[in-house]
Ligand binder design. Sequence first.
Ligand code: OOG
Ligand code: MG
Length: 259
Amino acid sequence: MSGLNQLALALDHAALTRQAVAQLSDQQADFDVETAYAVQRLLVQQRLRRGARRVGMKMGFTSRAKMRQMGVDQMIWGRLTDDMRLDEGGELALDRYVHPRAEPEIVFLLKKPLAGRVSAAEAMASVEAVAGGIEIIDSRYRDFRFHLADVIADNASSSGFLVGPLQPASTDVANLGIVMRVDGRVVQAGSSAAILGHPVRSLVAAARLAAEAGEPLQPGDLVLAGAATEAVALRAGMRVSAAFQSLGAVSFQVGGAES
Ligand code: OOG
Ligand code: MG
């Protein structure tokens, strides 16, 4: 366990100091997915010890666009904590990250526990509200490059998130147009259908994976279903927005114009 803790501490340190590190799989030949999730758990435990609170989970690589962009072909998940949440319309401090990117997300807010193998109907019955959102991802690895196990250990690149206006759970999220803009210019466009064919399938998978990890989804948890489009690299001064058909829009400003 202490070896895994060392790896978790190295990633935690990288995040705190904004200094990218080498991929763990470069240092350990047998670094596999199971080991990587154990490291992720220890990494997030560090943050919980510093006072952060668990608020849900994020799914990753649930769309072809994301898999293609990052060269990874398997679904992954990570843990969300309250200190990762940014205010809608607020400012992102660029110097808190290594090389952050933004991507549009469909967000589920749960009103009931959801655990194990559930149907899409059961999953939707546990949803309190849905929303459009933006995830800030930031790899702690050099050049934002990694193999599957590396990104899992790094909490699936998760770094921040914004949640747009909450909409009734009855809102149909099957095939919603999504447009991401930087300074008013369209930089990504897609459909929520790109997320496993329907974002609820991501919630179904989240329920199973969270239960398998012994941390079943709870009322009040947020679940990010995974981006439907590629992520966009953030630069000082950018105004980033994501508009979702039926769900409304969410935006933020990239601050910290360093010279
Ligand atoms: C990993 C995170 C993937 C998504 O929405 O697919 C993800 C990464 O791209 O670095 O959050
Ligand atoms: Mg994401």
